[in-house]
Design a binder for this molecule. Structure first.
Ligand code: SF4
Ligand code: F3S
Ligand code: FES
Length: 248
């Protein structure tokens, strides 16, 4: 049975904006994105929102629903009470372009800064063999749909614009961990993780993991192992001595 949902949607641009109230029809089985599309079709044709797949795979429809970072296309309306007002706002960590659309170019800039996969050039295509557990680890990280909900949630940059320069965020620290743990990657990424991408800012709050729509264990499987590798390098005297000797 349909009902009228109460929505409070942030409308505005980079300069200013406000929450506006709407009542929008909801039908059985619908998700928040369906209802925003109906709002756009019937009452607010200039509402800006980003989406593409409506299947939780493109990572475009990231927004905040009652303050929780979520994908609009994967958030069912029946998870809210019919008389509840849904407050829908853009991701807070990134600059607003208009309405629910934010400028996420920070993330692409960080992605470009990460040195790429560096295999031993003497290994020819088809020669390299990997253990299944190494394949599984990479595959978990590769499920990322680049929705940037983890980046949006991490407190290191969510409330601290000044940290964006020094901190790459969980999605990109995970990428560095993926490469560092890849058996065919020859580069040593421990120093850059700590010094250039701000691994030390992460205090393992796990908020990134909680919001990941792909259920990637970002903290446990990428950030903590990466921290252990960095700590082993920096504080274990034997590891430190070994690294000095092997460099000669
Ligand atoms: Fe989104 Fe998860 Fe990828 Fe972060 S790690 S960008 S939350 S899919
Ligand atoms: Fe931020 Fe995730 Fe670390 S939320 S503090 S990157 S565990
Ligand atoms: Fe593609 Fe929501 S529209 S993830």
């Amino acid at each position: 049975m349909g009902y009228l949902a109460k929505l409070r949607v942030w409308r505005g641009d980079a300069g200013n904006g406000e929450l506006k109230d709407y009542k929008v029809e909801v039908n059985e089985g619908e998700v928040v994105l369906d209802v925003l599309h109906r709002l756009q079709a019937t009452q607010a044709s200039d509402l800006a929102l980003r989406w593409n797949c409506k299947a939780g795979k493109c990572g475009s429809c990231s927004m905040e629903i009652n303050g929780m970072p979520r994908l609009g296309c994967m958030t069912r309306m029946n998870t809210f009470a019919e008389d509840e007002t849904l407050t829908i706002t853009p991701m807070r960590t990134f600059p607003v372009i208009r309405d629910l659309v934010t400028d996420v170019s920070f993330n692409y800039a960080k992605a470009r800064e990460i040195p790429s996969f560096s295999p031993d050039p003497s290994i020819k295509p088809g020669e390299f063999r990997m253990q299944q557990e190494d394949v599984n680890r990479s595959q978990e990280f590769r499920k990322c749909i680049e929705c940037y909900l983890c980046q949006n949630t991490c407190h290191v940059i969510r409330d601290h614009e000044e940290n964006k320069e020094a901190f790459a965020g969980p999605r990109f620290l995970m990428r560095i961990a993926e490469l560092e743990m890849h058996p065919a990657d020859e580069a040593d990424r421990r120093d850059i993780a700590q010094d250039d991408f701000g691994l030390g800012y992460c205090n393992i709050t796990k908020c990134c993991t909680e919001v990941c729509p792909e259920h990637i264990k970002i903290t446990d499987n990428a950030l903590i192992p990466m921290k252990e590798r960095v700590a082993g390098r920096k504080y274990d005297p034997l590891v430190w001595l070994g690294s000095k000797i092997s460099r000669r």
